[in-house]
Ligand binder design. Structure first.
Ligand SMILES: C[S@@+](CC[C@H](N)C(=O)[O-])C[C@H]1O[C@@H](n2cnc3c(N)ncnc32)[C@H](O)[C@@H]1O
Length: 297
């Protein structure tokens, strides 16, 4: 066959697996399957049924180039250029945080809180790839969703994901969430902000270090964004509106204390599937102390 490499798909898979194992990749089998599927369009089913066919040379070349990048420490997700979150394919690459399964608990909680709110107004602060904003837009009928992001690199992926996954319906605002932004009132404000402490930054794996520092570092104690957002966006919530955060495993107490201090009520902490506290939030009271209820007509 013209342009075919000397290896069959199955031989290529086995050679790649051996190469990644030799390089000490713990997830060698998963990586090899993903790379073969992406660069050679050969998933498991294809390997089983057509694994004895020769793989085209250009695809095999791309596969080995990708394996080299992986062995040099680049995240698999960046190499593939796309990663699934909440059943949706997000464009990702250098400069944007890779959406994590940990964040799905945040989306679940937001959906539960907005279940009874028709066409809610939602704002996702520190939106990154748009994982939360777009998952919510997809699952909240009629929702008006705004995504706020500061990094121009991350915003490139965000813009692309907004186009592909919402046809441009989600509004993108480039801005610093720690500065006053011209935003209206929302039924839900959600954020997975940077929350890694200075100490934890020193212990990150080489792979996580490839992700942008500004997506990870949350100030010395990891709480800068929780303080800034809880204080700065209270008035951007409709009475009865919710503020929902993703939090680090050990931040439950501190974040709930911040929310309480700022006047939020009905505070909650939602564990993820592993039972770890990964989502916390609270509600702007419908009638706050000092508010005068509207006089009856
Ligand atoms: C932990 S990532 C979360 C990304 C995305 N929401 C997710 O869950 O995958 C935090 C994001 O906040 C952005 N960011 C950092 N500082 C910011 C700021 N001051 N204003 C707006 N966005 C900021 C980073 O660029 C990054 O995209």
């Amino acid at each position: 066959m013209r342009g075919a490499c000397s290896m069959t798909y199955r031989q290529l898979y086995q050679a790649l697996l051996a190469d990644l194992n030799q390089a000490g990749r713990e997830s060698a089998r998963f990586d090899a399957t993903q790379l073969l599927s992406h660069f050679c369009r050969a998933d498991r089913a294809f390997l089983l049924s057509k694994g004895d066919l020769p793989c085209p040379e250009p695809a095999a070349k791309q596969l080995w180039a990708a394996a080299k990048r992986l062995k040099q420490g680049e995240p698999l997700q960046y190499i593939l250029g796309s990663w699934e979150f909440y059943g949706l394919p997000f464009a990702v690459g250098p400069g944007v945080l890779i959406p994590r399964p940990d964040t799905e608990v945040v989306v679940e909680k937001c959906l539960a809180l907005m279940q009874a709110v028709p066409a809610p107004a939602v704002c996702d602060l520190c939106s990154g790839s748009g994982a939360i904003a777009l998952a919510l837009w997809r699952h909240l009928p009629g929702a008006a969703v705004t995504a706020v992001e500061l990094s121009p690199e991350a915003a490139t992926y965000l813009r692309q994901n907004i186009q592909t996954l919402s046809g441009g319906a989600v509004q993108l605002l480039l801005g610093d969430v720690l500065q006053p932004l011209p935003l209206p009132k929302y039924d839900l404000i959600v954020s997975n902000p940077p929350y890694i402490t200075l100490e934890e930054m020193q212990t990150l794996s080489p792979q996580v270090r490839r992700e942008p520092e500004m997506a990870l570092y949350g100030g010395k104690d990891g709480l800068t964004f929780y303080r800034g957002i809880a204080a700065g966006y209270y008035s951007n919530l409709n009475p009865g509106g919710w503020l929902v955060f993703e939090i680090g495993c050990s931040q439950q107490e501190s974040v709930l204390a911040i929310l309480q201090q700022q006047g939020y009520t009905n505070l909650f902490c939602q564990p993820d599937l592993a039972g770890l506290p990964r989502c916390a939030g609270g509600q702007r009271p419908i009638i706050a102390p000092g508010d005068t209820p509207d006089a009856p007509c």
